[in-house]
Structures are given as C-alpha cells and as structure tokens.
Design a protein around this ligand. Structure first.
Ligand SMILES: [Zn+2]
Ligand SMILES: [Zn+2]
Length: 200
C-alpha cells in the first residue's frame, strides 16, 4: 500500500525499489497537487468519493497548484527544483479512482488492515488510515508537526475541529504525516490540544 504519490516531478515506480514489480494499492488521502502527482502509475487507486472528481480531472486550479505556483513560489515546493522543472508546464495526469472509500471502510493490502477515517477540514474528502493493532496512524495533511493549512480553498474550520476531536479518540503510537517528520503520542496530543484551544 502506498499513500499519496507526491507532486509528480519524478516517476515513483522507476525510482522507488519497493514499488517495483509488485502489486501496489495506491490510496490518495486528498487531491491537493502535492499528493496525487503520480497516482496514474498505479492500477488500484482509492480515494474518498468527495475528491474522486478531482483525481479524475486534476486541473491545476482544483488541486491548488495554481495557488502555490503563483508568482514563481517554487521555493515553497522544492528545496531544490529538479533539472528542467517548469511550473508553467505542470500538468497532473488524470488518474480515475478504481474504488472509493468512506469512513470506517477497511483497506487491506494483503497482510495488514487499515481503517479509513474521514477527516475533512483541510480538504472535504481528506482521509487518514488507522491501524489499531500497531497503533499506526497515516495522517497526511489532517495533522502534522508543522503549520497546518486551515485556510486554503475547500478548507472548513468547523469540519477541521470535528476531525481533530475524532482523532483525539484514538491512541496512536506513531503518526506518519504528509509533511514534516513522523511523531509519537505526546506530540500528537499536544498538536490536537493546541488546535482545539487556539482555534488555529
Ligand atoms: Zn493538502
Ligand atoms: Zn500536502
């Protein structure tokens, strides 16, 4: 199982040995450009129904690329842009979902079972994946150890707060996020508390 595929500046199957020569279930947490760039490389594509239309037709305005690329803000996208990078030529290939998943559905890539948590707020159809038996939360953009984005197009603060309250009911041992390093339970509780207290 692969969760999210980066912004598509480089192919994944060719460059990531673990993705070569084996079936991969590709789960899309949400359809911002920096999470769906190479979804097209994978046969099995899962996404929440609210974001399935964008995965099928990932126009640069719908994926928020236009917003981030505006005014040549490539520095926000890359520590070092890859050779030949040209923001004006950026297009994500359509990658229609082969299956949609909703809250409480199970994703079973073969030897592990993850529960889908619908966690809107950052985006309407954002999902996280929770594996209770190992205490592993794959959180992507709903919670990470850095400035959370709560004001982009499609964001909804009331929904975001509800998602944080939902997350507060689980007890992960490790949280893997869409940005910034992974973190443990203490930081997880702190980030949720800060968010709900501060309304940020
Ligand atoms: Zn995002
Ligand atoms: Zn992101």
């Amino acid at each position: 199982m692969l969760v999210d595929t980066g912004l598509g500046a480089a192919p994944l199957r060719r460059n990531v040995p673990a993705l070569r020569d084996r079936p991969v279930v590709c789960v899309t947490s949400h359809t911002h450009f920096d999470h769906i760039g190479m979804a097209v490389e994978f046969a099995d594509k899962l996404v929440h129904p609210l974001e399935a239309p964008i995965l099928a037709d990932p126009a640069n305005d719908a994926t928020l690329f236009d917003h981030y690329a505006e005014g040549g803000r490539d520095a926000e996208l890359f520590l070092q842009p890859p050779a030949g990078w040209d923001a004006t030529a950026y297009r994500i290939a359509p990658a229609p979902a082969t299956q949609t998943v909703e809250h409480a559905d199970t994703v079973d890539p073969g030897d592990r079972r993850f529960t889908v948590l619908h966690t809107p707020g950052h985006s309407p159809g954002h999902i996280a994946l929770w594996e209770e038996v190992t205490g592993t939360l794959i959180a992507q953009d709903v919670i990470y150890d850095g400035p959370l984005v709560t004001d982009c197009a499609g964001a909804d603060m009331a929904a975001y707060r509800a998602s944080m309250r939902l997350l507060s009911e689980i007890e992960p041992r490790i949280v893997h996020a869409g940005h910034f390093p992974s973190f443990g339970p203490t930081r997880f509780r702190q980030i949720i508390a800060d968010f709900l207290d501060g309304g940020s």
